[in-house]
Design a protein around this ligand. Sequence first.
Ligand SMILES: *[C@@H]1O[C@H](CO)[C@@H](O)[C@H](O)[C@H]1NC(C)=O
Ligand SMILES: *[C@@H]1O[C@H](CO)[C@@H](O)[C@H](O)[C@H]1NC(C)=O
Ligand SMILES: *[C@@H]1O[C@H](CO)[C@@H](O)[C@H](O)[C@H]1NC(C)=O
Ligand SMILES: *[C@@H]1O[C@H](CO)[C@@H](O)[C@H](O)[C@H]1NC(C)=O
Ligand SMILES: *[C@@H]1O[C@H](CO)[C@@H](O)[C@H](O)[C@H]1NC(C)=O
Ligand SMILES: *[C@@H]1O[C@H](CO)[C@@H](O)[C@H](O)[C@H]1NC(C)=O
Ligand SMILES: *[C@@H]1O[C@H](CO)[C@@H](O)[C@H](O)[C@H]1NC(C)=O
Ligand SMILES: *[C@@H]1O[C@H](CO)[C@@H](O)[C@H](O)[C@H]1NC(C)=O
Length: 565
Amino acid sequence: MAASCVHLALLLCLIAPATAASPRSLRKPPLDATTPSLAGALAPTTIFEVDRPLLPPPGSSGPCSTPLLSASFGFTFTKPPATAAYTPPSCLVAAGGRASAISLAVLEWRATCRGVQYDRIFGVWLGGAELLRSCTAEPTSNGIVWSVSKDVTKYASLLAAGNSTLAVYLGNSVNSDLTGVYHANVTLHLYFRRAPPPPVAPATAPADLILPMSRGLPLNDGLWYQIQSAADVQSATVSLPPNAYRAVLEVYVSAHGDDEFWYDNQPGADHGAFREVTVRVDGVLAGAAWPFPVVYTGGLNPLLWQPITGVGSFNLPTYDIELTPLLGKLLDGKPHEFGFAVTNALDMWYVDANLHLWLDPRSTATTAGLVGYFAPEVDTYTVSSNSGIPANATYYTAANRRFSATGWVNSSYGNITTEATQTLDFVNTITFETLNQSTVARDGVNATDHAAGGVLYSVQTQRNFPLYVEFQTEQITVVHGLDETTVAAGRWSSGPAYRSLRTTQSSAADGGERVSSRQTYRYEATDGCYFRNVSSSGVRVVSDQTNEVCGTGAAAAAKGGLVWN
Ligand SMILES: *[C@@H]1O[C@H](CO)[C@@H](O)[C@H](O)[C@H]1NC(C)=O
Ligand SMILES: *[C@@H]1O[C@H](CO)[C@@H](O)[C@H](O)[C@H]1NC(C)=O
Ligand SMILES: *[C@@H]1O[C@H](CO)[C@@H](O)[C@H](O)[C@H]1NC(C)=O
Ligand SMILES: *[C@@H]1O[C@H](CO)[C@@H](O)[C@H](O)[C@H]1NC(C)=O
Ligand SMILES: *[C@@H]1O[C@H](CO)[C@@H](O)[C@H](O)[C@H]1NC(C)=O
Ligand SMILES: *[C@@H]1O[C@H](CO)[C@@H](O)[C@H](O)[C@H]1NC(C)=O
Ligand SMILES: *[C@@H]1O[C@H](CO)[C@@H](O)[C@H](O)[C@H]1NC(C)=O
Ligand SMILES: *[C@@H]1O[C@H](CO)[C@@H](O)[C@H](O)[C@H]1NC(C)=O
């Protein structure tokens, strides 16, 4: 991705070094008019990421749609982000102006581009807090159009907080060969609860305050921190309000340059195939994020990602780390250091974060203490079966991490003990012609009030990120997906008690540039279901089925709870 070429605005630095004897080709030049499968395409092509429609809760009014920013990104590399003054929309003010009036907030990015251009990473920030990390679609000479809609309800406090600045950084470069200029609009769609807003559920409704951990404007770059090596730690210094009773750190992450295809890196100079983002509070490990292997729209073979873009490429996953057990050290009103690092990193990773805080409305200070902490080093090992020819060796890498922290927080809601756990199991096998990776990440949070005798909220999440790539000299096959299951319980639990998403995309291109892709998407939750099965050949959708009927599976799973496999 070009955005990582900080010092060299040349094409050469975009091309990942390939292993001499291997059939791997991780990045090809951008699409151009001579590509056979694009010839005769109707202009412009609509590119899309398979996702469910975002529906407001029953009884909501809206949408109230407000254009936030409109910009063209030509030669924007090493230039300031595009910015616009943000004022809470008048419909939000009319609904009382409070964050709790918002039942659903959707941020929509819509863009066009025509010509030849690389895929570019971009970010959208409000008041320094990142709202969206995304990758552009790659244009063609016939032109493309695409849009991304992201549920940003969890940022309701920022949307209602008052005037601030919306910033979009999309580092693009144009010259006689790279002609594509990205034209984009950012729009906010708000839906409201029936007035008056119902009382907010403590701890599980959107946070009362969001503190950004990013680089501040003015800046000739994205607001993300840039992590350039395994030893590089980027830090934010933040003071928390003394009446916080819950804290969750939401981490944004994307890999570029020598680590764009980190999952295919061999041991040695390339640091192998395991990466994790670690977060330290005042130097002490507070949790880790295991990245989903996002394949950007120019990755492996750009034809694979038109018209159905790769899972997560238009809306990169974010990672939540529960910090409530560690609040004991953070409520003194003093500045604390939040450090971000990437295990085994090569140049470079873009990382920033938002600290979501819930505040006690009935006290000016809460108190907290840590009662348990278990954070052994990540356990990794690599075995290579070397046939004497490095390119033909098989590399097997496995990594495991266990983390747990338990702490109490006394507030007007009671003396609540929160236990946060993280479990990672990672396996990666690289052979001459294949790459096979599995990441299984489990996060659990249990908040209990022992005196009141019960679980206030318990959220268990399991995410699986399977990735399989077969490289042949003239062909490439990619199968990847995201399985995510969340089960919530307890008196304070708001929102769906059960939510499961399973999506798998299989794409193949051969040397003649014949491309086909298929994706199934199955969402089953207490609040509704959505299924889609879509196939494409070249840039044409050849079959597309959707339905919103909940099968018996969802109901059974909701009753039975989450079954760890
Ligand atoms: C952006 O908004 C302007 C003004 O409404 C419109 O003319 C333009 O076509 C829009 N661009 C995209 C990419 O939607
Ligand atoms: C916020 O911005 C609007 C529009 O620019 C302006 O009218 C208003 O006075 C500002 N409010 C504050 C509190 O600065
Ligand atoms: C590596 O292995 C592949 C398949 O097993 C074989 O086709 C290729 O010739 C080997 N390469 C070298 C350099 O030996
Ligand atoms: C716990 O917090 C509440 C509310 O702030 C306060 O009234 C109470 O005294 C605290 N309990 C203890 C033991 O400090
Ligand atoms: C809260 O409960 C924990 C144990 O459950 C206890 O150690 C701590 O002293 C309590 N805090 C307050 C302020 O009562
Ligand atoms: C990929 O690895 C997983 C284990 O992590 C294994 O179950 C699966 O069969 C492998 N897939 C292929 C195509 O080899
Ligand atoms: C949290 O609660 C769930 C459901 O009650 C339970 O299955 C799980 O073992 C608990 N986890 C921890 C870490 O206590
Ligand atoms: C998806 O559609 C294809 C062809 O249209 C069909 O063969 C396949 O069985 C469908 N898959 C599911 C899970 O419905």
